[in-house]
Design a protein around this ligand. Sequence first.
Ligand SMILES: Nc1ncnc2c1ncn2[C@@H]1O[C@H](COP(=O)(O)OP(=O)(O)OP(=O)(O)O)[C@@H](O)[C@H]1O
Ligand SMILES: [Mg+2]
Length: 231
Amino acid sequence: MLYGGIPETSQILISGGPGAGKTLMSFEYLYRNAKMGNTSVLFAFEEEPARILENVKSAFSELTDIDDLVRDGKLIIDGKTPSDSILGASDDGHSAYEFGKVLADMESLIMSTKANRVVVDSLSVFNMLIRDDALYRKYMLALILSMRRLGVTSIMTTEMESPERHKLVFKPEYFIFDGIIALYQTGEESKRMLATEILKIRGSKHSFVTTPYEITPAGFRIFAAEDIAPY
Ligand SMILES: Nc1ncnc2c1ncn2[C@@H]1O[C@H](COP(=O)(O)OP(=O)(O)OP(=O)(O)O)[C@@H](O)[C@H]1O
Ligand SMILES: [Mg+2]
């Protein structure tokens, strides 16, 4: 669907409903990068690193070298869960200060580990920190510019208002990212269908087809039409 993947130094948003696979998809991206000998960092703002590790190992039971990559420092799950002060920040000046601290910590870990692929899971904490749309967009732009300056390619996750495609709402941060990948859920609970759509990738050709996917023990399986072309 991406005709070769996410362009280097792009800053990509994965948007989806609860349980759509945002964390798992972004983790697999880092895992594949780590397996190539590069360093990957996941900034976990919502769940404890140990919990994330447990969940990904259970979901991806056939990827048996996850622990090895973590031990070798190729796959880093950083869990500086935002301090109470971040969530308790009441005024914009205080929020700006807390945001600056979080960003500086992220930058210093990326530089010291020489990571080239980064995940921020999720952006919701920043949205909680700053409710004003224009200001939130400004923070997101600062985050994106910082990652681009560091030369990393990153995926950041965000919650979708509704998991269904026809209810898609463009959030303010959608416009500042280089690319957006949407994960939808449709159907009844007993027969849930997952599908992904690439809404945009700046500077690159990509599929426009909403395409079903599965989360398998060996990783994501995307049923892209391009893969089943008759020749
Ligand atoms: N061990 C497992 N075996 C099979 N499928 C699993 C397993 N663990 C998780 N899943 C699937 O992955 C989904 C959760 O994926 P993930 O945690 O990446 O979602 P998310 O979009 O990040 O959710 P949230 O919004 O809650 O953070 C589950 O809903 C389930 O369908
Ligand atoms: Mg998640």
